[in-house]
Design a protein around this ligand. Sequence first.
Ligand SMILES: Cc1cc2nc3c(=O)[nH]c(=O)nc-3n(C[C@H](O)[C@H](O)[C@H](O)COP(=O)(O)OP(=O)(O)OC[C@H]3O[C@@H](n4cnc5c(N)ncnc54)[C@H](O)[C@@H]3O)c2cc1C
Length: 465
Amino acid sequence: MHTRRENFDAVVIGSAQAGDQLAVDFARAGLRTALVDSLGSAEPCVDSACAPSQSLIASANVAHMVRKAPDFGVRTGSVEVDFGKVQMRKQAVVDGLRSQAARAFTHTAGLTHLKGETRFEGPGELLVREDGDIVCALHAARIFINTGARPALPQLPGLDEVPYLTSGSAMELEELPDHLLVLGGSYLGVELGQMFRRFGSRVSVVERQVQLLPREDRDVAASIAEILRADGLEVFLETEAIGVTSDAAGGVRLKVRTASGEHVLVGSRLLVVAGREPNTDGLNLAAAGIAVDARGYISVNERLETSARGVYALGGVNGGPAFTHVAYDDLRIIRAAVLESSSSVTTGRVCPYTAFTDPQLGRIGVTEWEAREQGRTIRIAKLPMNRLTRAAQMNESRGLMKVVIDCDTDLIIGAAVLGVDSGEIMAMLQTAMMANMSYTALREGMCALPTLVGSRANPFVALDS
Ligand SMILES: Cc1cc2nc3c(=O)[nH]c(=O)nc-3n(C[C@H](O)[C@H](O)[C@H](O)COP(=O)(O)OP(=O)(O)OC[C@H]3O[C@@H](n4cnc5c(N)ncnc54)[C@H](O)[C@@H]3O)c2cc1C
């Protein structure tokens, strides 16, 4: 059979948000561009990652707020969650975002959109297949890999035989689980666990490390655990899952090992959120000489170039921090290199993130633990949220602010803000870091009251008192 072969200036593999935009920008700049996307093999942000999860979390937080209404002196009736409507609302948000992206494609001349699985056949050569049939062969001077990552499954005896949920399928549930066992207590585990608890499920989080959020400082993670427990979640730390089976009633029995011996946790559904792995396996990267690291992520330099000339990798597939805004920043770097011949790099970029628990955890820069490991001389400015007037007014005084300061320069090198709207507070600290502003400038500057950042009890005042 004769295979259709087409030449392009640029081919983007993977239609996540960054990939879509990159393809549109190239085409608008006059490059003959193809965007190739597989059909639902992964979990792009719009379909089953941040867009749906943030929409669902917003509904869960409304349920929580309404339950707390009597604390504000507001009487409500009993709170019921209509999970079908919650899902419809989420879907409307996701569909809206998806149609925005589709509109951009339709109105972009010079952009070819192909559906199918992509595989390298050699340097600059790709083959696209749909249901095993070859759609076409592509040749491109430049290729951009944006295939993202997917949930990794732990080596857990019995997992193949039970109907488990992942972060993606959990977004599509039609019925609330009675009792959700969450395997993994990192960011997705705590966000989704709290969300299901607020919808009304019983939730048990199982984490093998000594703390939730193992990359965070011990005191911050302990504060998150306290918040989740106060919300009614069960949190099992230093608890390793060692096997899973179904029970006669259709539920799951999770066998765990703890310091006190082996136990069985019984729940109605199991959610596995135990890490991510890159979508690189089907790409046949070796045929084009594209190197991967030990975990299978594509190795890139600071300009996001792979080991193969003319091939770049952006977003979660290159093993950088797994956030949507990082994928967008990768897009900025690549766009600058290809369209503006400038040399933006990833080196030294400051990557903020927010865990969307309620209250949120806003994070930027190094943790206290990392700074000490690096042998830096530091000071810690720390303030419990219950010292902030605004937090009391908003009835959410849980959490803490913690800022890591380099003693040699007085610069802020990291911050963890666990508290109401703390993703926004962290952004202020990020701006100070980006501007190389000393902590004393922040301490002495005037902020509007009563805002969260404008509290007179700011962490830097506490530091020097
Ligand atoms: C539940 C959840 C919540 C999250 N919440 C947040 C958040 O609040 N904030 C945040 O910043 N980040 C969040 N993230 C992380 C964020 O979603 C990812 O970091 C982001 O989606 C990575 O984008 P990406 O461009 O690398 O690729 P992805 O969004 O993973 O998309 C990859 C695309 O490539 C396609 N593809 C895969 N393989 C192939 C192939 N062989 N050929 C062609 N196409 C292929 C896929 O179909 C998909 O369209 C969350 C993730 C999850 C799972």
